[in-house]
Write a protein that binds this ligand. Structure first.
Ligand code: GLA
Length: 368
């Protein structure tokens, strides 16, 4: 049954694979600055059922993406971007061609990871497809290679200048322990949550996109600031040098640097707090992170700030913040385990009533 990796011959009949969405607990906009992140997998997953073909044709249908469950069809090697969900499929086969030979395939995709909610639905799709291709064609790709290819698909083909967090989370994270990742070395460790704490994720209903202008602009500002400070990545600015470094930079670069450097420190502090079971301190760090994203990195929206305020007033909530790339998407909150379900319902109904948002609970899932 074993054969040369990626010789193009199908190694299996039909295969199934899946990958989860993620919510980032803390460490936002640090990944493309060589910093630290702390995502955890969502219970929601993207599933791929794939049947290898003998020719080079690719045919993928999806229950959720594309109009009326649209099907995408193309020949391997002729991938062209069309700014639809199919770009994630084409992006994967396009970058995979650099490292492996595969044949065509028929696949069906089914997902309950919400799209546009800042919960990494695209990484779940890319990683689930790569896992299915790995199994179908016996490709010798480890989980980090899968994540790296998925990120290349997004950067080089889809045109979203994202970091590596989401793809590493889709490839390595689990739902019960957070993934503490050093995005520079790709070293990682699992950090369990204390039993007394539960994660809540509320989608604002305000759609977020990484390929939109704001994300790329923040990325360019960080690169500009690093060049002016003479470091290869903002990770290299020590927290002790922060005020001096910021003072040399024109607005808004100083604020951007302050967010990244303090956020990296908050990830380290959160890991330490979780490890000693300090839920209150973790919550405080969430709140500080939100303020930094709002004031220094300027990736929040007024309604998202109000959602965080609403969440903080609900019984059992220790902290809340915008999660993901920003400009819409979801908030993540840390709650007392025993109160989490009730608290999530209370946040959703207050956001609907007082902010007129189409908010909904993603974790723990509740009926609409
Ligand atoms: C998006 C990107 C990630 C990361 C976050 C912000 O989710 O895909 O790489 O930059 O935004 O932390």
């Amino acid at each position: 049954m074993t054969s040369l990796a990626g010789d193009g011959a199908p190694k299996a009949e039909s295969v199934r694979a899946d990958a989860p969405g993620r919510v980032n607990l803390i460490g936002e906009h640090t990944d493309y600055n060589g910093g630290f992140v702390l995502p955890i997998a969502l219970p929601q997953r993207t599933r791929v059922e794939l049947l290898p073909r003998r020719d080079r044709r690719v045919r993928v249908s999806s229950a959720q993406y594309g109009a009326a469950g649209g099907t995408v069809t193309y020949e391997l090697g002729s991938e062209r971007r069309d700014n639809t969900w199919a770009d994630y499929i084409r992006g994967v086969t396009h970058v995979l061609a650099d490292v492996a030979v595969i044949a065509g395939f028929d696949a069906h995709i089914d997902s309950d990871v919400p799209a546009g909610a800042g919960l990494a639905s695209s990484a779940a799709l890319e990683v689930a497809l790569l896992r299915a291709l790995r199994a179908a064609f016996d490709l010798k790709l480890d989980d980090i290679a899968v994540a790296t290819l998925a990120r290349r698909a997004e950067n080089e083909f889809v045109g979203a200048p994202v970091g590596i967090m989401d793809q590493m989370a889709a490839s390595l994270a689990s739902t019960d322990t957070a993934l503490f990742l050093d995005t520079r070395s790709l070293e990682w460790a699992y950090v369990p949550l204390p039993a007394s704490a539960a994660v809540i994720v509320i989608d604002s209903g305000l759609s977020h996109r990484n390929a939109g202008g704001g994300y790329g602009q923040r990325r360019a500002e960080c690169a500009d600031a690093a060049a002016r400070l003479g470091v290869s990545e903002l990770r290299d600015v020590a927290i002790e040098d922060l005020e001096r470094a910021c003072a040399t930079l024109p607005s808004p670069l100083g604020r951007r640097v302050r967010h990244v450097v303090t956020e990296n420190q908050r990830v380290l502090d959160t890991v330490a707090a979780l490890t000693r079971g300090d839920v209150r301190e973790t919550g405080r760090l969430f709140v500080e992170s939100h303020a930094s994203m709002r004031d220094d990195f300027e990736v929040s929206l007024r309604q998202i700030d109000e959602m965080v305020t609403i969440a903080m007033a609900v019984e059992g909530i220790h902290g809340a913040r915008l999660t993901g790339g920003g400009f819409g998407g979801s908030i993540v909150a840390l709650a007392d385990t025993a109160l989490a379900a009730v608290a999530a319902r209370a946040i959703v109904s207050k956001c609907r009533e007082s902010l007129a948002l189409a908010a909904r609970a993603i974790v723990p899932p509740t009926s609409p």
